[in-house]
Design a protein around this ligand. Structure first.
Ligand code: AKG
Ligand code: FE2
Length: 468
């Protein structure tokens, strides 16, 4: 402790990055955000019908000749993709053919197979909402043909509703080389990217009996189809949705994720330690996945405000993978934990300080054409946001302060960033990505948002803050 602080008889500032926060962070291990495999099918599951009325064609996707596949490719329309709500055709971004689900019919049915069970156990095991595989909604979306040199550059899949969580791609055993699917997610360390590969052509080449290869992933995860080198890569895609209601509990099986156990231990150890947040504090957990929510609200009415709050709360049972575990464990320890959206904003255009405004809902934003006489941060606070600031740097700054006037951001609510500290991200990129609008088709209503969990922790003895 410095001499000056002792003289002033102040409490020492909390240590930079207290060790409990570090343990908590490292106790949550993100599993790969996808699952993959192959499935052997009877010959009768490979029949595809396609083409215009009166001229429909029928082919078997496990035995089709190169000529038949070329005919299928020629029947497809060029595949478009969505950019900021517009449907765009751009061969430098996506080169592939597509048939909408009304233009083809296939005897294979992804819903009646064991794939739903694979999706449930691999992707939804940590989900707070109980979902039985038979209650999952799998919606056949499209057929795609990737011929030679076809590809689809890095993108995330357009959320079709707030209930959509993933995408399932089936690759048929038509001869092709290349066309592997790459999936990418941010790693634990600054600037680190994790990458996984679903190499369907080599998986299918290893099969003795007619099979499909499948991959299912959370649709907010970035993915890219690498160029096809030869042949035709034929796929169908399903959109995966949660059911609207929780499934009835299973009496036999209660699976506990390994993350739940380790995060529970790290959190309990922190809460038991009287030196951890001796006067209480706010913990912020940046979530790994992004979640579909409405873009913004317009009128600012009371009803709209309640609807926006309810929409964010409705995400709670749908938090993906380890995100769900964090909320579950915080609440199991009786902490007041709830979801937050975070906005990055400045007080004025001359300001070099980035402020963060937290909200319990998507805030109403002004129309592009309307004039706002406030700075962005002030506006967000006026419409219901709460200014937040890293607890450690706020304490340090206030301590060093010699002048008597305070900047606006000195009045911020102090928070400890446990995972995903917004300042530690590389540059403005993560916040540019708050709203991701490009995907495989445009939608204007629902976009991906980054979401945080705010947990209010009381002082030792009163850790659980009871909220009315
Ligand atoms: O074909 C694949 O493996 C993925 C296709 C895809 O990402 C899409 O259609 O959005
Ligand atoms: Fe995609």
């Amino acid at each position: 402790m410095s001499k000056r602080k002792q003289d002033k008889n102040e409490e020492p500032p909390p240590p930079r990055w207290p060790k409990h926060l570090k343990y908590m962070k490292s106790s949550i291990v993100a599993k790969p955000p996808y699952c993959q495999g192959t499935l052997t099918l009877p010959d009768s599951d490979f029949t595809l019908f396609y083409g215009p009325e009166g001229h429909a064609h029928r082919i078997n996707l496990s035995t089709a000749s190169a000529e038949q596949l070329q005919h299928l490719a020629d029947t497809c329309a060029p595949a478009t993709f969505g950019v900021a709500g517009e449907d765009v055709y751009d061969e430098s971004y996506r080169k592939a053919g597509k048939l909408d689900n009304k233009d083809f019919s296939i005897t294979f049915d992804g819903r009646s197979s064991r794939l739903a069970e694979a999706v449930r156990t691999e992707l939804l095991l940590e989900n707070p909402m109980r979902v039985k595989s038979q209650d999952l909604k799998m919606e056949l979306y499209k057929l795609n043909v990737y011929g030679k040199d076809a590809f689809f550059k890095a993108h995330v899949d357009t959320p079709r509703s707030e209930l959509m969580f993933g995408s399932l791609v089936i690759v048929f055993p038509t001869p092709h080389e290349g066309g592997a699917l790459k999936l990418r997610a941010a790693g634990r360390h600054e600037g680190e990217t994790l990458e996984w590969t679903f190499d369907s052509s080599s998986l299918l080449a290893q099969q003795e009996h007619p099979s499909i290869a499948y991959v299912a992933f959370f649709s907010d995860v970035e993915h890219e189809v690498m160029p096809v080198i030869s042949g035709h890569r034929v796929t169908i895609t399903y959109n995966l949705y949660y059911p609207t209601n929780e499934s009835a509990p299973s009496t036999e099986l209660n699976q506990i994720s390994t993350n739940e156990q380790s995060f529970q231990e790290a959190l309990k150890a922190a809460l038991r330690d009287p030196s951890f947040l001796p006067t209480g504090g706010n913990l912020m957990f940046g979530l790994r996945h992004q979640y579909p929510l409405a873009t913004s609200y317009k009128s600012g009415s009371k009803e709209e405000k309640e609807a926006a709050k309810a929409a964010l709360r409705a995400l709670e049972p749908r938090l993906k993978a380890s995100d769900g575990v964090i909320l579950k464990v915080l609440r199991a320890n009786a902490l007041d934990a709830s979801l937050r959206i975070l906005y990055e904003a400045r007080w004025s255009q001359w300001d070099s300080h980035n402020s963060y405004v937290m909200a319990d809902r998507v805030l109403p934003l002004p129309d592009a054409g309307s004039m706002v006489m406030k700075g962005a941060a002030e506006y967000l606070v006026a419409v219901g946001g709460e200014l937040v600031e890293d607890a450690v740097s706020l304490a340090e700054r206030l301590e060093k302060r010699t002048r008597t006037y305070y900047d606006e951001w000195d009045k911020a609510t102090p928070v400890y960033w446990v995972t995903d500290h917004p300042y530690l991200q590389t540059g403005p990129e993560p916040f540019k990505r708050t709203i991701k609008t490009y995907g495989n088709e445009p939608t204007l209503d629902v976009v991906y948002w980054r979401v945080w969990i705010l947990a209010r922790v009381g002082p030792p003895g009163l850790r659980a803050i009871v909220v009315a």
